[in-house]
Design a protein around this ligand. Structure first.
Ligand code: IPE
Ligand code: IPE
Ligand code: MG
Length: 257
């Protein structure tokens, strides 16, 4: 209790140091390091996934309190299906449990849930729970949490190419009408602004097939912290670092000043 208090005091003090006018409206997170976190404790990898739930809650709460509008969480990649069956099954089970448990909190905090990815590949139970939670929270107007599940950037781009080509073939769209806006509108993330900030935990310096189109000008932030240890303070640290950057979008420093 006492420790909890010190910790949250830390968050509130740190929060005050942020520039309120420069809070990113969309943060994307590659939640990595669950397996290693568990292994360091001599436990099974799934123990790490179970302990990732607290970090998810902290990150969602922290973002809501800071006024972030969209939070995209990379929960499961297309490539993750190739992990050992036990781990995949346990992750899917955990997904169902967590969504079911978190819906009341999302309702209370006016949070809307969305998903991106090939959700049809999910086990029926997980898919249904997800659809149910999306439906229940669809009118919430506070923050939007986007779960990337069975997602990869290349999969998403392929889907977009297919649907654009289909429109061209059906003469609903001319080739010269394929603009960047049209491509963006055919991605799973249509109507979601590109993230200003990407956070990846666990020290890995790569994108791992996440939001390949959308990250074009996103600021990248990497931390050694393993995902199950991620807390609101780490979120504030990432945003504080982001606020010190000069985003130039190809222009010169003088131009953006
Ligand atoms: C991230 O943690 C969660 C998923 C990819 C589902 P990992 O399971 O990748 O953990 P490490 O990277 O092996 O430590
Ligand atoms: C990226 O983590 C996917 C998720 C966090 C869901 P991985 O652990 O799968 O990425 P790699 O294999 O280290 O690149
Ligand atoms: Mg990993």
């Amino acid at each position: 209790m006492y420790l909890q208090k010190i910790r949250s005091t830390g968050f509130y003090a740190m929060k005050e140091s942020l520039d309120k006018t420069k809070i990113p409206q969309h943060i994307a997170v590659i939640m990595d390091g669950n397996g290693r976190w568990a292994q360091q404790k001599g436990a099974m990898r799934i123990f790490g996934h179970k302990n990732a739930v607290t970090a998810v809650r902290e990150c969602v709460e922290g973002c809501a309190e800071l006024g972030v509008k969209f939070l995209t969480l990379y929960a499961f990649s297309t490539e993750n299906w190739a992990r050992p069956k036990d781990e995949v099954d346990a992750l899917m089970e955990l997904l169902v449990e967590t969504i079911a448990k978190e819906v009341p909190t999302m309702m209370k905090n006016n949070i809307r849930l969305l998903s991106i990815g090939d959700v049809n590949t999910l086990p029926k139970k997980a898919h249904n729970k997800l659809k149910e939670a999306i439906e229940l929270t669809k009118a919430n107007s506070g923050m939007t949490v986007v779960l990337a599940i069975s997602y990869s950037g290349r999969w998403e781009i392929r889907e977009a190419v297919q649907s654009i080509v289909e429109k061209v073939v059906n003469k609903e769209l001319k080739i010269e009408e394929i603009t960047q806006e049209v491509i963006a509108a055919n991605l799973n993330t249509k109507n979601i602004p590109d993230p200003e900030l990407l956070i990846r935990t666990s020290g890995e310096l790569r994108i791992s097939n996440f939001l390949l189109w959308q990250l074009a000008y996103t600021e990248l932030y990497f931390t050694e912290v393993l995902w199950p240890d991620f807390r609101k303070e780490h979120l504030v640290q990432a945003i504080s670092d982001y606020q010190k950057r000069e985003r130039r979008f190809g222009l010169t420093g003088a131009q953006v000043k």
